[in-house]
Design a protein around this ligand. Structure first.
Ligand code: MEV
Length: 327
């Protein structure tokens, strides 16, 4: 039995505009970050994660991604992406794990195969959602979803009555700071909250439509490097997300503290806790005010490379493995 390690990594991401409304087929813009998750796998007599014996059926991402493997494995996972924070830890784990497992099996998967695997794992763990995070973490760089004017199509994924056309976008030369509230908030329950709200109340659908319009306008501003306009639309989007009930006091506090030094700011990811992002020319100043309000700032380099093979096994901070429903 070969016990060679196969190691892959994938970047985290942040959503510039369009989270939640993208679940309903509206547009979105996402950038990969310079924080990565690394996974190593090798054949083994038992299933272990980071040295601990595990029952893989209790680890949804691992259960899904090893569903046709047929032998046990050792897994090592390390992470620079805070978990449950809206920075794509679940999708980056799925992307890196899918690539490491497929490679161990002697396969050479395309990006589309990896997205199908990673999105499948996300749905299995989380229950509902779009292929946006999986696409961003597999492809890296920048992606747009359902922006009709964009021509560089990567893939189109349909589920039920929804279709997501994913395109590659040039990474804008803009500076973003992320602020982590430190409150872990899994994605699944936030997505479910909006689904229920939308079923009960036609007003929620109007807000979602408006978020789609704001995102399209914001995307145009991003392409034109119109920071004032993009920032204003990000702040508008935050207000719309707040109306849908997915912000919280801690996120609002960090958004409001960042605004005097930013073009705009909003929650990023599924909300309910997790992170906000500010578009700014003063990243150090914004990082300082985020810290002073109790948040953890990350000055992000956006547009990192997507899922890729690595030459040495995962070393560093072991990842906290998401157990189920969400990030
Ligand atoms: C979370 O990063 C993004 C959401 O839109 C969920 C999804 O698209 O699956 C909240």
């Amino acid at each position: 039995m070969s016990s060679e390690w196969y190691t892959a990594s994938a970047p985290g991401k942040f959503v510039v505009l369009g989270e939640h409304s993208v679940v309903y087929g509206k547009p979105a813009v996402v950038l990969a970050t310079d924080r990565r998750i690394t996974c190593s796998v090798r054949r083994s007599k038992r299933n272990t994660i980071n040295g601990d014996l595990v029952d893989l059926s209790r680890q949804p991402h691992f259960t899904y991604l090893t569903r046709d493997v047929g032998y046990n494995m050792d897994f090592l996972t390390t992470s620079e992406v805070p978990s449950g924070s809206g920075m794509g830890s679940s999708a980056a784990l799925s992307a890196a794990l899918a690539l490491a497992i497929r490679s161990e099996r002697g396969e050479c998967p395309t990006e589309k195969m990896l997205v199908d695997e990673a999105y499948g794992a996300e749905l299995y763990a989380q229950g509902n959602g779009s292929p946006m995070d999986a696409s961003a973490c597999v492809h890296g760089g920048g992606i747009a979803v359902n922006v009709p004017s964009e021509k560089k199509e990567l893939w189109t994924i349909s589920r039920g009555e929804r279709t997501w056309r994913v395109t590659d976008v040039d990474v804008p030369d803009l500076s973003f700071v992320i602020g982590n509230t430190g409150i872990k908030a899994p994605t699944g329950p936030q997505v479910e909250k909006i689904r229920r709200y939308k079923m009960k109340n036609g007003f929620a659908s109007e807000i979602i439509d408006e978020m789609g319009d704001v995102t399209l306008e914001g995307f145009d501003a991003l392409k034109k490097k119109d920071k004032e306009k993009l920032g204003r639309l990000m702040t508008n989007d935050h207000k719309l997300l707040s109306i849908l009930g997915v912000s919280c006091n801690e996120l609002n506090k960090l958004v409001n503290a960042s605004l005097p030094y930013s073009y705009g700011a909003k929650l990023t990811g599924s909300g309910g806790g997790g992170c906000m992002v500010a578009l700014t020319d003063k990243p150090e100043k914004v990082a300082e005010v985020i810290s002073s309000r109790g948040g953890i700032p990350y000055i992000i380099k956006s547009g990192s490379e997507g899922a890729r093979m690595e030459t040495s096994p995962a070393m560093g901070t072991p990842m906290e493995i998401p157990m189920g429903k969400g990030e």
